[in-house]
Design a protein. Structure first.
Length: 409
């Protein structure tokens, strides 16, 4: 075989090997090409899906700091029980109660005690009032004579034809258990024989009790005074708690906005046993209730220049120091008008109409946020947090916008 023929055979073999290699590479390219394209399309689709999903679940949180005015209050105010709806008014809560305690005694004495009770006297005679002096005699339907403890005036018939009436305390003309009684009807003894006799009448408010004559265990004056203080304190605490529990929503009973009127202690000499005496004390709590919203706005009117009636609140309004300026001259059950003082450090806080703010933000561009806030003069500052972070506008659905107002407590 010639040398040239051998070289030709080697070249042909090399060419065949190169063809096989090239065919393999082409096959690999044909096989991997579609796979790379598929992964690229899938990746783009995932990114698009996540982007669309983020828009679907986009949320906004707006945090607001409301406008606050700090005031050192020392305000003299007036209120009326019969004020119209626009004026500052008050309501009076009246809670009667009784406290009982038993006392062991080692001493006995002759006791002479007169029965006591309360009656309501009516004037069905005329529209003119009738004055009754202290110790006015009332004749009970049991035939016994009782006397009024204080001077009083019975109002006349009112415009509706209803007899005038007034409560007054009475006591038996003499000591003794025979003056104790279930509720009675009364006539004014001094009017007997006149036209007034049938037109003035009275009815006892509850039983008449406490009358006693005979030997009984007794307690010292010192012990009696100590008991009186203890019973008063206990009864006042109970009635104040009861009043506090019954305060309607939106009303305030200030810490010093009440008066406790206690009677003298009553020792029940008729029911002692084994030298143990029941000691009773009756009292009445009078509490002044104020409408919180009306009181707050009245304070704002007096302390904020050009106050426009916007919705506000005072977080610590119940902690203000309250005092009646004419307390000593006030009969609480009959009061119609009061003058009082409120003092202390307060914060007047403006309320935000959250629903309106949310509606104003719907679909707006993020860059318009500060411009929208200018419509709310009672917002001190605010910031918004949009998610996802690349979102440049507020959602179109109210449920996707949450507003947090940092109201002070």
């Amino acid at each position: 075989m010639s040398k040239n023929l051998l070289q030709d055979m080697i070249k042909v073999k090399q060419i065949r090997q190169e063809i096989r290699v090239n065919q393999k590479e082409v096959k690999n390219q044909d096989k991997n090409g579609p796979r790379y394209k598929l992964w690229f399309v899938a990746a783009v689709s995932v990114v698009f899906f996540l982007f669309a999903l983020s828009y679907l679940f986009s949320k906004v949180v707006v945090t607001v700091n409301p406008k606050i005015n700090e005031v050192i209050l020392n305000e003299n105010l007036s209120a009326s029980k019969e004020a119209n709806t626009d004026a500052l008014s008050f309501d009076l809560v009246i809670l009667p109660g009784e406290e009982i305690q038993t006392v062991q005694s080692s001493e006995e004495k002759d006791i002479f005690q007169k029965a006591q009770g309360v009656v309501v006297i009516y004037n069905a005679f005329s529209s003119a009032s009738q004055m009754l002096s202290i110790d006015t005699r009332l004749e009970g339907s049991n035939g016994k004579i009782y006397k009024t403890q204080t001077k009083t005036t019975v109002p006349g018939i009112n415009k509706d034809g209803k007899p005038g009436s007034i409560e007054v305390k009475i006591y038996g003309a003499e000591a003794g258990e025979e003056y104790n009684s279930v509720p009675l009807d009364f006539k004014i003894f001094g009017f007997k024989g006149s036209l007034k006799y049938s037109k003035f009448y009275a009815r006892s408010k509850g039983a008449i009790t406490g009358g006693f004559k005979g030997k009984s265990p007794v307690i010292s004056d010192e012990k009696k005074a100590s008991l009186a203080n203890e019973l008063k304190a206990n009864l006042q605490t109970k009635l104040l708690q009861k009043a506090t529990d019954q305060i309607p929503d939106g009303f305030i009973l200030f810490k010093n906005g009440f008066f406790f009127d206690a009677e003298d202690i009553n020792i029940d000499f008729t029911s002692f046993k084994d030298n143990i005496l029941p000691v009773k004390l009756k009292g009445t709590l009078y509490g002044l209730l104020f409408n919180e919203n009306k009181l707050t706005k009245k304070i704002a009117e007096n302390n904020i220049e050009k106050y426009d009636g916007s919705e506000i609140y005072i977080p610590n309004v119940r902690d203000l120091s309250f005092s009646l300026t004419d307390k000593d001259n006030t009969l609480f059950k009959d009061m119609k008008n009061i003058n009082f003082n409120l003092s202390g450090a307060i914060k007047i806080v403006w309320k935000l109409d959250v629903e309106k703010l949310i509606n104003d933000l719907l679909g707006k561009s993020k860059k318009d946020f500060n411009q929208i806030l200018l419509q709310y003069p009672y917002i001190d500052s605010a910031e918004s947090e949009l998610s996802p972070f690349w979102k440049m506008s507020f959602p179109d659905n109210t449920k996707d916008i949450k507003v947090i107002v940092n109201y002070p407590k």
